[in-house]
Design a protein around this ligand. Structure first.
Ligand code: MGD
Ligand code: MGD
Ligand code: SF4
Ligand code: MO
Length: 715
């Protein structure tokens, strides 16, 4: 029997609506859903490869337990949970609850109930040690919000924008900022007259469409934004009316950027002065605008300062939604929020939560610094982490792979959810065989939650979708939804789980279904989940639209333009030697930067054939290749001060000379013989957790990393 059902792709956080062909209950084909709103039937090769994922013989159908000799044997899920519960209980009894930690990463896109139940479990055992990938991502955005304050009306609507500026992001590939059919979204924006400014060392798919592309030296983003602020102030382009009413600190900001003259900035950042002035003019003369920062500047150190200065520039121009406008990103499956044309005053970025035992790091508004997690595991003494529940690809995605390996190896208990024997799974004591996309109901709520943490996610319009699970796991398989382990452990330990503070605990007598949990998570939603379920193609819910309300008459809150720590950091930048900061030298002449590739998502599962070549090439400028005597496909050694890896070079004409670029999430574990043409290269063998880390979030230098590239003799 052949049926076509609608669903949602969850292979990245774009959540594209899809049509799934089922033949006798097997997934055989996936296409974009042209009946769904917003996406225009868009789908990428990862979506089309979902059938391959569902029939991949490498798929784990049973949980695995590591043996003392390092091999793995299958274990029933009940038995695994019994054993894990006994171990966790013993660890808590011996070392206290802080010895049990969790890490939430990319897979929460596919497992909407996984993160809430992991967090609820940690809370129930009274462990504060709940980490997430947010502090390896763009934590500076949340910290900058705290330091600057937040506009409660949200951002301006895309169709109103005269200018959109992207700082180190590439939405055509990443979908961050243009989540629904990025090519069409960008086309519509440009057709509507929006001027696009892109700051990126690489002429990306997005930068090619820009009116101004500042092809800068990596890591110089704060310098460029300070330069734009300087020009906006000097040319009288500050929106005085907006700033006088809503902000403070203009004079101090003006002073702090006064020496970031076009001449200085252009020279330091390696860009053309006229291009910088043109970008400032476009921003200065625009009536409406919006800016977005991506992972580029976040990985390049000083991500907090970049995000802070970008927020300041936005405030100087008054680029925030006004009263009477329709708000963007209203909630549908989360509780309604009211938008108001007024500031929320700055609030503490740190100082309210758990203190780590490492490098003075602590909980911030971006969460607990995951950059300190490996050291928290390795540092002896009270509070040392002994057990870790892992929802991510740590061995490939965390900085300083060798440290990650030592830390994971030293644990008494490492539990990982997975669908394959990934490099991280090979480190685990227990691998929990997990359900795949179509075996789990789809719900758009996670996208809305992401939009609370990052403006580049969720939906401008009140879109929501829910589709039931489409297929059962293969016959005889013993696989779990990732939340089930937390529920079952809690039940065995006599604990009550309460994923949301304002809601009752969940039923601990009768195990809920995943659908029951979605119902629970959507209690109080702007639109009832039952109504969203009526629309198998997803739907735009007009009743969830929100108009930005006028400011409260008594509102005295102000956005902060001159946070002292941020102004101090600017002064440091202006007085430092840029080369010393960059750390390039005759020995390490290149700067290595991050990038994403279309057909992979981080370290997540890759169906065979989804990549033309199975590895992540080291992209290099043609001139640099030539100078080193290299050809496409040659194997090279890439060396930083922290480590060395083998990679395979590929020409990228769009890359700035002196810059090389490599996607993360590839490679193998240390000690496993590396084959760069098969497994690719792990960038995180070159990074260090304590190199130039952000004092708030702990994110270390993961981009703008000084490296050497040298030919390898036996090619
Ligand atoms: N050098 C460098 N490092 C980076 C980045 C960078 O730009 N440069 N980017 C950072 C960013 S932005 C992020 S968000 C992180 C992402 O890194 P992570 O948060 O680690 O996320 P993923 O790579 O998506 O994790 C995928 C892996 O998680 C495991 N897994 C755990 N639970 C499940 C599950 O329930 N289902 C499935 N299918 N798999 C599961 C599987 O092993 C799978 O391969 O990486 C960060 N690391
Ligand atoms: N296809 C695909 N999509 C994804 C992912 C994926 O792995 N694959 N990952 C998802 C995740 S976890 C995230 S966080 C988002 C990230 O979304 P984006 O931030 O848009 O990710 P990238 O495409 O890597 O874009 C980063 C850009 O920054 C540039 N860059 C590097 N260093 C610097 C610098 O110092 N300064 C400036 N100005 N630019 C710099 C790079 O050249 C690159 O073009 O993407 C998500 N979407
Ligand atoms: S962009 Fe590709 S991987 Fe991401 S949701 Fe859409 S089809 Fe899936
Ligand atoms: Mo990310």
């Amino acid at each position: 029997m052949v049926e076509i059902k609608t669903s949602t792709c969850r292979a990245c956080s774009a959540y594209c609506p899809i049509e799934v062909t089922l033949e006798d209950g097997r997934v055989t084909r996936v296409e974009g859903n042209h009946n769904a709103p917003l996406y225009g039937g868009f789908i990428c090769p990862k979506g089309r490869a979902l059938p391959a994922m569902h029939r991949d013989p490498r798929r784990l159908t049973h949980c695995l337990k590591r043996q003392p000799d390092g091999s793995f044997i299958p274990i029933g899920s009940d038995q695994a949970i019994d054993e894990i519960t006994a171990k966790v209980s013993a660890i808590i009894a011996r070392h206290g609850p802080r010895a049990v930690a969790g890490f939430i990463g990319g897979p929460s896109v596919e497992q909407p109930a996984g993160a809430p139940l992991m967090i609820a479990f940690l809370r129930a055992i009274k462990s504060p040690m709940s980490f997430s990938a947010a502090t390896f991502d763009q934590p500076g955005i949340n910290i900058a919000n705290a330091l600057h304050g937040v506009w409660m009306g949200g951002r301006m609507r895309p169709e109103d924008l005269d200018v959109f500026m992207l700082i180190g992001g590439n939405p055509i590939i990443s979908k961050q900022y243009f989540g629904q059919n990025p090519g069409d979204q960008l086309k519509a924006l440009l057709k509507n007259g929006t001027r696009l400014i892109v700051i990126d060392p690489r002429r990306t798919e997005t930068a090619r469409k820009a009116h101004v592309h500042l092809q800068s030296i990596p890591g110089e983003d704060p310098v460029i934004i300070a330069g734009l602020i300087h020009l906006v102030i000097a040319n009288g382009w500050v929106n005085r009316e907006f700033v006088d009413l809503n902000a403070q600190g203009l004079e101090r900001l003006e002073q702090a950027v006064s020496r970031f003259t076009p001449d200085y900035v252009a020279h330091r950042a390696g860009i053309d002065q006229d291009d910088l002035r043109e970008a400032a003019r476009i921003i200065g003369q625009a009536k409406a605008g919006d800016f977005g920062t991506g992972t580029g500047p976040s990985m390049a150190t000083r991500g907090t300062l970049t995000a802070y200065l970008v927020a300041c520039l936005q405030t100087l121009r008054g680029f925030w939604a006004r009263a009477g406008q329709e708000a963007i990103q209203p909630h549908v499956l989360l509780p309604r929020v009211r938008f108001k044309a007024q500031p929320r005053a700055p609030y503490p970025a740190v100082g309210f939560g758990e203190k780590l035992r490492v490098r003075g790091l602590q909980q911030s508004v971006a969460g607990l610094p995951a950059g300190a997690l490996a050291e928290e595991i390795l540092t002896p003494g009270e509070g040392q982490i002994r057990a870790l529940f892992l929802h991510g690809g740590a061995m490939l995605t965390w900085p300083q792979q060798e440290l990650t390996q030592r830390a994971l190896e030293s644990l008494d208990l490492l539990v990982l959810h997975d669908i394959e024997m990934s490099p991280t799974a090979r480190m685990a004591h227990y691998v929990i065989a997990t359900k795949m996309g179509f075996e789990i109901p789809a719900i758009s709520m996670v996208g809305e939650i992401s939009s609370l943490l990052h403006p580049g996610y969720g939906w401008v319009e009140p879109y929501a979708a829910y589709q039931p699970a489409l297929v059962e796991p293969p016959p005889g398989a013993d696989v779990l939804d990732s939340w089930q382990i937390y529920y079952r452990m809690a039940r065995k330990m006599g604990l009550k789980l309460q994923p949301s503070a304002g809601k009752p605990p969940i039923d601990m007598e009768h195990e809920p279904t995943t659908d029951d949990l979605y119902e629970y998570l959507c209690i109080g939603s702007a639109v009832p989940l039952s109504e969203v379920k009526q629309y198998p193609n997803g739907h735009i819910f007009d009743q969830a639209r929100e108009i930005v309300a006028p400011r409260d008459p008594g509102c005295a809150a102000r956005l902060e333009l001159a946070n002292p720590a941020m102004m101090d950091e600017l002064a440091v930048i202006r007085s430092e030697d840029p080369i010393l900061r960059r750390k390039t030298s005759a020995e390490f002449p290149f700067l290595l930067i991050p990038r994403r590739m279309q057909n992979v998502t981080n370290a997540a599962y890759r169906p065979p054939g989804v990549l033309r070549v199975p590895y992540n090439p080291l992209f290099m400028n043609p001139g640099d290749l030539k100078r080193l005597g290299l050809d496409n496909g040659d194997v090279v050694q890439i060396r930083s001060r922290n480590g060395a890896i083998l990679g395979v070079v590929q020409e990228d004409k769009g890359l700035r000379a002196g810059v090389v670029s490599l996607t993360h999430g590839f490679g193998r574990n240390p000690g496993e013989a590396p084959d760069p043409r098969k497994d690719g290269a792990n960038v995180n063998a070159l990074t260090r957790v304590d190199e130039d880390y952000d004092p708030y979030s702990g994110i270390p230098r993961m981009g703008a990393l000084a490296v050497a590239v040298s030919p390898v003799a036996a090619n």
